[in-house]
Structures are given as structure tokens and as C-alpha cells.
Design a binder for this molecule. Structure first.
Ligand code: HEC
Length: 142
């Protein structure tokens, strides 16, 4: 009886070990498959971004937004009606004294933020050029 029991437990241990081996094997196959699958999935992108061409590709894909587009998306909320004293679009009275500071200062205030004016007017991924274009758009008819 004792012998049978120990045989049985040996058998059990063996089958547990076999189970682990199968599971480990399956995991590694799955790993390999998903790695291959990922490589296959990113292949078009990996081929697209050839070293050295990256910045061109990104510029093409995103493009520089026009002053009007940036204004409409980010600045209009405050600068159309003059929220919290924001200088209103194309309002000479509002913009006159500000533009007298010089465009360099005005642009710096827009980029860094100025009192209730948030940095970059909340367009955190805007380039300096895009902010400048939005300012130009807001002051074009003055
Ligand atoms: C949350 C409201 C808000 C948004 C959004 C906003 N502004 Fe303003 N902006 C203000 C306020 C308020 C002022 C006036 C700040 C002051 O003079 O105290 C201001 C002032 C300015 C000035 C004048 C700075 C100076 O030197 O007098 C510029 C330029 C400007 N904003 C550009 C922008 C641009 C460009 C955007 C969009 C990308 C934008 N703002 C988005 C509220 C906003």
C-alpha cells in the first residue's frame, strides 16, 4: 500500500512537472508569436521612417497649422469675447498698447503665459511659429 501511494505521488509529481513544461513551452511559443505578430504589424511604419527622413515625414504628416486654425481651436474661447480681459480679435483698442511693447515681448508673453493668459494659450504642442501665426491672425485687420 505504501509503495503504491509513493508510486502514485511520483506519478503525480511527474505529471505536474510535465504540465509545467508544456505550459512553459506554450508561453514561449506564444511569446514568439506575439513578437512576430508585433514585428509584422509595425513593419510598414518601420519601413516608412527611414533614418534621417523622420523629421520630414512628421512635418508632412502633421503639418504646420495656420494661424486661423490655431486661433479657432485654442485662442477663440477667450480672445473672441475678451474673457478675463483678453485682447479681442482685431480690436485695435485692445491690441494697440500691447503691440506697442514690440512683437517680441507680445510673443514671449503668449508662449510663456501672462497673468490669466495661459502658456501657449493652452496649445501645448504648438510651435513658436504657430503661436506667432495665431497672433498675426488676431491682429491682421488692425
Ligand atoms: C483661457 C483664456 C485664454 C486663452 C485660451 C488664450 N488667451 Fe491669450 N490672453 C488671455 C488673457 C486673459 C490675456 C490678457 C492677459 C493680461 O494682459 O493680463 C491674454 C493675452 C494675450 C496676448 C497679449 C500678451 C501681451 O503681451 O499683452 C497674446 C499675444 C495672446 N493672449 C495670444 C494668445 C494666443 C495665440 C492664444 C491661442 C494659442 C491665446 N492667447 C489663448 C486669455 C487667453
Amino acid at each position: 500500500m505504501k509503495r503504491i501511494k509513493s508510486l502514485a505521488s511520483k506519478g503525480l509529481i511527474a505529471s505536474i512537472a510535465a504540465l509545467f513544461a508544456v505550459a512553459a513551452g506554450a508561453a514561449s511559443v506564444q511569446d514568439k508569436m506575439s513578437k512576430e505578430a508585433i514585428e509584422k504589424r509595425i513593419e510598414p511604419l518601420a519601413q516608412h521612417y527611414v533614418a534621417g527622413e523622420e523629421s520630414d515625414q512628421q512635418a508632412d504628416a502633421g503639418g504646420t497649422r495656420s494661424g486661423e486654425a490655431v486661433y479657432n481651436q485654442f485662442c477663440a474661447a477667450c480672445h473672441t469675447s475678451g474673457v478675463m480681459g483678453a485682447p479681442k480679435i482685431n480690436n485695435a483698442g485692445d491690441w494697440g498698447p500691447r503691440l506697442e511693447q514690440g512683437m517680441e515681448t507680445v510673443l514671449r508673453h503668449a508662449i510663456e503665459g501672462y497673468n490669466a493668459m495661459p502658456p501657449k494659450g493652452t496649445c501645448s504642442d504648438c510651435s513658436d511659429e504657430e503661436i506667432q501665426a495665431a497672433i498675426d491672425y488676431m491682429t491682421a485687420d488692425i
